[in-house]
Design a protein around this ligand. Structure first.
Ligand code: HPA
Length: 270
């Protein structure tokens, strides 16, 4: 049995629902999973084939159940490349979600604002991304049962789901900015010169996640919608150093509107 099959069979033995929407919850945004009803919670370290999360502030469990009447599977905490996991490991949960029946994925993250019209606390709909790392989770032999060798990325973020997200924000009277997310590996934050470069090449926000998961999701034919919480202005924009504490503080401040928004989004998608 392949690892993917083993993991899927293990999880199927624990759940009674068939999740439709996958949720990946970024730094400081994991509390959404606490609102899932009739939850089955399974710690990553108990799941065969799952890597183990290492960073503080990232709880590591899958939460499977119902949110807004929709069957969901949430990653409360994700795996990051900078933790030392290979991209296979980082994206393995997305493959598992696909096997469990997920066809839509909501990805969230905390990101630094590159575009000067963004402000800490903003929610930004990801309209597209730039992989600035030279890494790709699909490097290596292609497994044709999973997807094609050269997947299309022209609609990495599904247009219809973007519309649904914008309407969800309108319903809640919430300002939803839009922009292009840049993936850097981290874990060091960027230099001011790097941020000037990212601005020039078309980036609006920068972070250390999301792109690997979305790349694999698209390979697997899963439709994606992405939301960044702008937790800080990127390096050099303000005259102050960046800290992880600031990232967490800001995500805590927007917790309530973020929760409301993603719940509305799930209801409207489901
Ligand atoms: N840069 C990279 N990743 C981040 C940032 C940032 O400024 N803020 C939150 N994640």
């Amino acid at each position: 049995m392949t690892q993917l099959k083993e993991t899927t069979t293990y999880l199927q033995g624990k759940i009674t629902t068939q999740p439709q929407i996958g949720l990946i919850l970024g730094s400081g945004l994991g509390m959404l999973a606490d609102e899932i009803e009739n939850p089955t919670k399974i710690k990553y370290e108990e799941i065969p084939g799952f890597p183990v999360s290492t960073v503080e502030g990232h709880a590591g469990q899958l939460v499977i159940g119902t949110l807004q009447g929709v069957e969901v599977i949430a990653m409360q905490g994700r795996f990051h490349y900078y933790e030392g996991h290979g991209l296979d490991a980082v994206t393995f949960p997305v493959r598992v979600m696909k096997e469990l029946g997920v066809d839509k994925l909501i990805v969230t993250n905390a990101a630094g604002g590159v575009d000067r019209t963004l402000e800490p606390g903003d929610l930004m709909l990801i309209t597209d991304h730039i992989n600035n790392t030279g890494q790709n989770p699909l490097i290596g032999a292609n497994v044709s049962e999973h997807g094609v060798r050269f997947p299309d990325m022209s609609t990495a973020y599904d247009r219809e789901l973007q519309q649904v997200a914008k309407q969800a924000a309108e319903k809640l009277n919430l300002t939803l900015k839009e922009g292009v997310y840049v993936w850097n590996t981290g874990p060091s934050y960027e230099t001011p010169a790097e941020i000037r470069m990212l601005d020039i090449i078309g980036g609006d926000a920068v972070g250390m996640s999301t792109v690997p998961e979305v790349t694999v999701a698209r390979h697997a034919g899963i439709k994606c919608v992405g939301i960044s919480c702008i937790s800080n202005m990127a390096a050099g924009i303000l005259d102050q150093p960046l800290t992880h504490d600031e990232v967490i503080e800001t995500t805590e401040k927007v917790r309530e509107s973020f929760l409301q928004f993603v719940k509305q989004l799930i209801q409207d998608i489901g």
